[in-house]
Ligand binder design. Structure first.
Ligand code: FES
Length: 179
């Protein structure tokens, strides 16, 4: 085999491997995008619409609304069994399902709390504040539960930034402060 042929073959192999690597890279990017954005959502002019139809139970979904992180957590039956009359008011009901939806900024000094699905609770690492799965405060220093953003229910979708009757009720009974 001549040197020229061997080199030609090597070039071809190199190109083929390069192609596989590029495809692998695209696959990895796609997988990451799926992890970051697991639910279909649309953002437009101060509104974020999230379709909760396929939301999994006890998996924290993080969205963005007006530059703020938004937490969405579908409650399981076991989690619902632990709610009280007060904490249940914090949840948004769509069909038979209940969701915690809140601004993901600690009400103490604004750090982003982390969620532990085994403990079904949030811990704010800044000063040790904790919240339960409804985002109600369970340990100071946070003065209150995570704030709930204005929302409207539209079928299986949640429109953040619009004020529906369910949100107005939460404001009126003091379940959340206005954001
Ligand atoms: S900012 Fe969260 S406990 Fe202080």
């Amino acid at each position: 085999m001549s040197n020229k042929t061997t080199k030609g073959r090597r070039d071809f192999m190199g190109m083929a491997l390069g192609g596989f690597t590029a495809l692998g890279g695209l696959g990895a990017l796609y997988a990451m995008k799926r992890t970051w954005d697991p639910l279909p959502s649309v953002k437009a002019a101060g509104f974020t619409t999230i379709d909760l139809k396929d939301a999994p139970e006890n998996v924290l979904i993080t969205e963005k609304w007006r530059g703020k992180p938004i937490f969405v957590l579908k409650q399981s039956k076991e989690m619902m069994a632990k709610t009280t009359e007060k904490t249940k008011k914090r949840l948004i009901q769509i069909g038979d399902a209940h969701y915690m939806v809140s601004v993901g900024l600690c009400t103490h000094l604004g750090c982003i709390p982390g969620y532990n699905p085994e403990k079904e609770s949030f811990l704010c690492a800044c000063h040790g504040g904790t919240y339960d799965a409804t985002a109600d405060v369970t340990k100071a220093p946070p003065p209150r539960g995570l704030d709930i953003p204005p929302f409207k229910i539209d079928g299986t979708k949640l429109v953040l930034g619009e004020t529906g009757p369910e949100y107005e009720k939460m404001l009126a009974d003091g379940t959340t402060l206005a954001v």
